[in-house]
Design a protein around this ligand. Structure first.
Ligand SMILES: [Zn+2]
Length: 106
């Protein structure tokens, strides 16, 4: 996936699920995890492992963006995060009828 393609996905998230604080999204290689989200008190920083295949990178992006969207309870996978993840995933899958298994073709 090119950087431009990746940025389009990020732009789609920003447009459809705006967040009140800045969210910085970057891709670079990581051996530790597919992605991580960190809040420094002012901004969210999302890092996606650029070595993952396209589907993994996209699913990780949706997962991590859900953490940032759950701004007051961002650091776990409890109900508020799960609800946001569900909303994002549902909207994503409704794009031209795409499903999880065809994410990499988007
Ligand atoms: Zn998570």
């Amino acid at each position: 996936m090119t950087t431009n393609e990746f940025r389009k996905h990020v732009a789609w998230l920003r447009k459809n699920f705006p967040i009140d604080v800045p969210v910085i999204v970057r891709r670079y290689p990581s051996k530790k995890n597919h992605g991580i989200t960190h809040f420094d008190g002012r901004k969210f920083y999302i890092r996606i492992d650029s070595e993952g295949d396209d589907a993994t990178q996209l699913e990780t992006l949706l997962h991590e963006y859900s953490h940032a969207l759950t701004i007051n309870d961002a650091y776990n996978h409890k109900e508020p995060w799960a609800q946001n993840y569900s909303k994002i995933y549902t909207a994503w899958e409704s794009l031209d009828g795409k499903t999880t298994t065809t994410l990499q073709k988007f």
